[in-house]
Design a protein around this ligand. Sequence first.
Ligand code: FES
Length: 254
Amino acid sequence: ISEQVLAPIVENRAVAPDHVELIISSAVLSQAEPGQFAHILTPGMLRRPVSFSRIDQENGQVGLMFQIVGDGTRWLAERRHGEVLDILGPLGHGFAAPDPTKPWCLVGGGVGVPPLYAAAARYLHRSRPDVIIGARTADWVLMAQDFKDLGLDVTVATDDGTAGHAGTVMGPLETWLQDHPDGQVFACGPTPMLAAVSAACEGRATAYVALEQRMGCGIGACLACVVKAHGKEHAEYRRVCTEGPVFAAKELIW
Ligand code: FES
């Protein structure tokens, strides 16, 4: 199910410098799978895809966490309790449940972390993931405490070395892969990070990636979001908005 909903904001949380989480009340959106997204109308601009950071079916609420990167996200960050957002959703294909017989690792970079938190919270009863969070700097490490509150081990990597490992998530991921060559990895973050995760997992762990992609319609009609994938004979295109945003990493041409 997905539809156009008018959903009131319950709370606006500043979670880090230039990063906001809006808690939204919507029974329809709270049916989302982790990794699916909301396509949010910002006046005078295209809709903007934001994946769910929290999915609370019981209370009919979801979280939407994003970085302020331009006029659309700035407008969104200024919305307050009681204001209503025009949202299409939940859209796309999310993360399937992890295989409980295999070790599981979540690898997130920047605003790629929130959908992984939603996946951890949803599937915790099946499997307990190890968590690797990457960010540019300590202030921008997202949701580390949320994962810890689920009782999970969190490894942090920052580009500038201000928290955790100095460098990208790839160092900690390589260590994890050496210890768990038969594991499964769920990743979300910038495309270069996902390409590196895909390459590192090849021949070892099974990797599923949630792509961050610019979108137009969000419903499969405009082809603004396509990526290349391996077809039976030739390369094929996949629409990130409808066939993704979660793909098996080995399906894609990086
Ligand atoms: Fe239009 Fe994907 S955003 S087809």
